[in-house]
Design a protein around this ligand. Structure first.
Ligand SMILES: *Cc1c(COP(=O)(O)O)cnc(C)c1O
Length: 395
């Protein structure tokens, strides 16, 4: 079977279709079982068919799906309340995807300055290697010209600085800068963690300059870093946070979180989303947050992260084939940079043939994105696949 021509070819798809999933495993049409360490690109935070998620969605689907934000949505208020309780933010706007969340975050930042009569503050500083989504404005925030090619004029108002380099930003920050938009760990950019202290310096630079910090936690947020939000490990309080991917555990949900004085700049009519925060999406997000905040869950997650890190470190140390170059990323958004002798796509095909699903990223880095409730046994299996491939592929 090949892809039907009626589907637009925006993806170079792998020729596998899955029929169902359970826990950390996916099952394909031809009866094969895969350990899913791709999690739909950091989306299935609790794997597949988690009973609590199934129950919430089933229950809600027989009651009410959609009413629009013309009315109060109690399920939305409950999720917003939880996000606010567990973060440094005070207000939440719900959307349906990551690009909507990052774009919404930029709108909130600009509108905040505008409402304070600082109307020229519109510039957004981004980093090299950044990925913030695929809307026209976010194409300008991304670092990849390939994504922009053929899509008309680049949306103005976005500049780039060298990722991880504080001096690079010092020379660019001025009274026109509305916000610094940053991923605490770059996902698509190659599972790159910010160097220690980088975010703190960014935040202090932004503050001195009157600019805001937007933490794009679409991929690393909602538990994947080992804490509920990644910024919490960096001793900073972002002004705005963008969430999506893992927040709905597989159901499309995005969110923009903001401090009160910033969120206040958004008055009725200034932004919106027909589907954003609908009851079905909110029931999934609520379960994801509840599971993450269950007593002991994050501690257990951190133990698994330490375990995975040790395993990756040892894998690289004993790496006779010179295939595995470097351990990257953070928490359950890990990466291994591969020797340039093998392409990350080829490596991921070989891993898949051994029953392990992974995702590529820039810098020839293979991403490891386990469900947050994965087991030690599953981690061991994933590492054994890397070991096998390390022995087989001599570079
Ligand atoms: C995936 C991603 C986005 C875009 O999310 P979509 O849901 O695909 O629009 C934005 N920012 C980061 C950091 C991402 O990883």
């Amino acid at each position: 079977m090949t892809l039907h021509p009626s589907v637009m070819k925006t993806y170079g798809r792998i020729d596998i279709a899955f029929t169902h999933g359970e826990g950390s495993y996916l099952y394909s049409e031809d009866g094969k079982k895969y350990l899913d360490y791709a999690t739909g690109i950091a989306v299935n935070s609790f794997g597949h068919s988690h009973p609590r998620l199934v129950e919430a969605i089933t229950d809600q689907s027989s009651k009410l799906w959609h009413v629009s934000n013309l009315y109060r949505i109690p399920e939305q208020e409950r999720v917003a309340k939880k996000l606010v309780k567990f973060s440094c933010a005070d207000q939440v706007f719900f959307c349906n995807s990551g690009a909507e969340a990052t774009e919404g975050a930029v709108k909130v930042a600009r509108r905040y300055h505008w409402s304070r009569d600082d109307k020229d503050r519109t510039e957004i500083i981004c980093a090299t290697g950044a990925f913030h989504g695929r809307t026209l404005a976010m194409l300008a925030a991304n670092d990849r010209p390939l994504f922009r090619e053929g899509f008309g004029p680049k949306v103005p108002g976005f500049t780039h600085v060298q990722w991880g380099d504080i001096t690079s930003i010092e020379s660019k920050i001025n009274e026109k800068v509305a916000a610094i938009l940053v991923e605490p760990v770059q996902g698509e950019g190659g599972a790159r963690s910010a160097p220690k202290g980088y975010l703190k310096k960014l935040a202090s630079l932004a503050k001195t300059n009157g600019s805001l910090i937007i933490s794009d936690e679409v991929q690393i947020g909602v538990g994947r870093s080992g804490t509920l939000f990644a910024y919490q490990q960096e001793e900073i309080e972002p002004d705005i946070i963008a969430l999506a991917k893992g927040l709905g555990g597989g159901f499309p949900v995005g969110a923009v979180l903001a401090k009160e004085n910033i969120g206040e700049a958004m008055s009725p009519g200034t932004h919106g989303s027909t589907f954003g925060g609908n009851p079905l999406a909110m029931r999934s997000a609520e379960v994801v947050l509840d599971l993450l905040m269950e007593k002991g869950f994050l501690t257990e997650l951190q133990n698994k992260i330490t375990y995975l890190n040790d395993k990756i470190k040892k894998l690289i140390e004993r790496n006779d084939s010179r295939l595995f170059l470097k351990s990257k990323g953070k928490g359950m958004l890990k990466g291994i940079e591969l020797s340039e002798k093998i392409n990350v796509g080829e490596f991921s095909t070989l891993a898949r043939e051994k029953g392990l699903l992974l995702v590529g990223a820039a810098e020839n880095t293979i991403r490891i994105l386990p469900p947050l409730n994965t087991s030690i046994k599953e981690i061991d299996f994933a590492i054994s696949v890397f070991e096998d491939l390390g022995k087989k592929i001599i570079v």
